[in-house]
Ligand binder design. Structure first.
Ligand code: MN
Length: 163
């Protein structure tokens, strides 16, 4: 995983967003950041191999069982981005306010530990289907993140709260 795209889009002299990778902790983490940019959206990020895999969800994560939300796959972010809150100054990429909407830990389906979860995510990314158990304050339980293979754009996924 590389943070090249992430870094290329930002001027770290002008934005308070983090620049570096951070050593991973014991649990795999997830975070949802409410990002009041040009268009309000929610950034859903899950820890994977020292970075945060990221999806922008225009309408926010699904709350009810069976609900589906469009999730646009965006560039990987540094792990330390998960604790970022603040104001990205006008004129910079993603200008606007970022606040943590929810955070917690997660496991990928069939996994008992961190290593197994990482392996499941790796396989899920290849298949275009991740099965996640989220342990947050607002987001709890089982979710599926599914790649839309015949969509107009390559980066379109949907996040579904399982019944
Ligand atoms: Mn965003």
């Amino acid at each position: 995983m590389s943070l090249k795209t992430y870094r290329a889009k930002r001027n770290f002299k002008k934005t308070p967003e983090p620049i570096r990778k951070q050593a991973p902790g014991t649990d795999l983490s997830f975070v949802v950041q409410k990002h009041d940019a040009t268009r309000l959206h929610y950034d859903f990020r899950i820890e994977f191999k020292g970075v945060l895999l990221s999806w922008a969800i225009p309408k926010g994560p699904p709350k009810k069982a069976g609900e589906k939300r469009l999730a646009i796959h965006v560039e990987d972010h540094p792990l330390s981005y998960g604790s970022f809150e603040g104001e990205i100054p006008a004129g910079n990429y993603g200008a606007g306010t970022v606040e943590i909407w929810d955070k917690g830990s997660y496991t990928a389906k069939g996994a008992s530990g961190k290593k197994e979860s990482t392996k499941s995510i790796q396989q899920g990314l290849q298949k275009g289907h991740l099965s996640l158990t989220l342990k947050g304050k607002k987001l709890k339980g089982e979710f599926d993140l599914v790649h839309l293979k015949n969509a107009d754009r390559e980066n379109m996924w949907i996040l579904i709260k399982r019944k």
